[in-house]
Design a protein around this ligand. Structure first.
Ligand SMILES: Cc1cc2nc3c(=O)[nH]c(=O)nc-3n(C[C@H](O)[C@H](O)[C@H](O)COP(=O)(O)OP(=O)(O)OC[C@H]3O[C@@H](n4cnc5c(N)ncnc54)[C@H](O)[C@@H]3O)c2cc1C
Length: 420
């Protein structure tokens, strides 16, 4: 049964996150929003100690397994609370600043992709670097100019050179979060999706790990964005970029349905990441809601939760609506995260949490501006920034429409050709 009470450990974690958010994020929010592409180094250096230590533990577990040492059954396959804890962490960090949170030095989505499809050896080979040395970043590059929602339209190719036993990558990826840091400015990695057989549609699409500064991989542009401006988003070109054969995640098989699990496996990455994107949305929404209530309180406006409906003011109704939207989104997010921890299949729940929180945070931040009026519109405060930051949650990791489609298909039992 899902348990909503906070353990003392989680309460302590929340307090630490709050301190980080208040001390190393909020004070930099304005500057990093104004000066896109600058990096929050104080935050990065402070958090690298924590994220690298977490990764060291993860790697040690896999190494033990590889060495044939007995890992306790619970650690091997039993439930954990990793995703629930992460949801709380990310909610707080995004309450601090969602753009700065995205600069966290971690393997990020690259790690989810490698964990979902890679072998234990690949986990150690690619992820160990995130447990030692200087801060590093990982990223995942799927989107192309003509392939966003429709991932089957990917045109980047991976061709095997039988003489050298290397994959040769050619193509262009756009909108890669932390692309510059992962590809060129640290010893990081990128997981990129490419087709080994363009005529095979989805089944031809595989994921590959490209290590930073591999010749033939080049960042050609950084986006100028509406929101989450502290985080960089890159265009990356692959021009005869050669990577070792073993950098393919999953099986290179295309035609044997049973063996060709690469694409399906890679899609599992989203079951893990969507609840966490939802948690980030909720953090922004809570920041906007709390600020609005604080300002109303300063003006002596009290929210009468127990007032009869017909006596409520428009503002009271709005605030209660904002609060209930946020709570509903948070409950869906906790459910999807808890299911990840229980190792239960959660594609519907992950998409539901993502859709609901994307819509909730968009509504909440816009309502906040409406209620705050000039204070909301002024750049002296963060409300207008939160409104800009909010919108991304309805776009990346599958747009609101696409996640709604996923939920509808699964509930109605339709496949992708029956419901487009
Ligand atoms: C700041 C930022 C960071 C990003 N980071 C990454 C990253 O790290 N890695 C990565 O690979 N990508 C990343 N993306 C890309 C993002 O995932 C895509 O933009 C998103 O998937 C949508 O794809 P698209 O832009 O091609 O839009 P399209 O797929 O062209 O969609 C355009 C519109 O049509 C709608 N639509 C499309 N198909 C349907 C349908 N069947 N039914 C109903 N509506 C539909 C969409 O919902 C959307 O509103 C990022 C994007 C941004 C803006």
């Amino acid at each position: 049964m899902i348990d909503f009470s906070l353990s003392p450990k989680l309460e302590q974690q929340n307090m630490q996150m709050q301190m980080l958010a208040q001390g190393l994020m909020r004070p930099y929010s304005h500057d990093l929003d104004e000066n896109e592409h600058e990096k929050p180094w104080d935050f990065i250096n402070a958090t690298w100690q924590v994220t690298s230590a977490q990764m060291a533990k993860q790697i040690a577990r896999v190494e033990k397994q590889l060495a044939g040492e007995e890992v306790s059954k619970k650690k091997k396959s039993g439930p954990s609370n990793t995703y629930m804890n992460l949801a709380y962490q990310i909610e707080w960090l995004s309450w601090g600043d969602a753009g700065i949170y995205l600069c966290l030095p971690t393997a990020a989505l690259a790690s989810s992709a490698i964990e979902a499809v890679g072998t234990p050896e690949q986990n150690v080979r690619f992820l160990k670097r995130f447990s030692e040395g200087d801060p590093k970043w990982g990223g995942m590059a799927i989107t192309e100019a003509n392939a966003g929602s429709d991932t089957a339209a990917i045109r980047t190719t991976a061709k095997l050179d039988p003489e050298t036993n290397e994959w040769i990558l050619n193509g262009e990826k756009i909108f890669v979060t932390n692309g510059l840091m992962a590809a060129e400015k640290s010893d990081g990695i990128l997981v990129i999706w490419a087709t080994v057989d363009p005529s095979a549609g989805r089944r031809g699409i595989k994921s590959f790990v490209v290590e930073a500064n591999t010749p033939g991989m080049k960042v050609t542009r950084l986006e100028e964005k509406l929101g989450i401006r502290a985080s960089d988003t890159a265009v990356i070109v692959f021009d005869d970029c050669r990577i070792p054969y073993d950098n393919i995640l999953g099986n290179p098989e295309v035609h044997d349905k049973k063996k060709s699990k690469g694409f399906k496996g890679a899609m599992k990455t989203f079951d893990a990441s969507r609840p966490l994107v939802a948690a980030s949305a909720i953090g922004i929404g809570r920041a906007a809601l709390e600020f609005t209530k604080e300002m109303l309180e300063k003006e002596g406006i009290e929210i009468r939760y127990n007032a009869p409906l017909h006596q409520m003011t428009a503002i009271e109704r709005d605030i209660i609506e904002m609060e209930s939207q946020l709570k509903a989104a948070w409950l869906l997010t906790l459910r999807a995260s808890w299911m990840m921890d229980q190792k239960m299949a959660n594609p519907i729940e992950a998409s539901m949490a993502k859709v609901k929180s994307g819509k909730a945070v968009t509504l909440i931040t816009q309502k906040a501006i409406e209620i705050l009026g000039p204070l909301g519109y002024s750049r002296d405060y963060l409300a207008e920034k939160w409104m800009r930051d909010a919108k991304i949650n309805d776009l990346f990791e599958g747009t609101g429409q696409i996640n709604t489609l996923i939920v509808a298909r699964r509930i109605l039992g339709y496949n992708r050709t029956q419901l487009k």
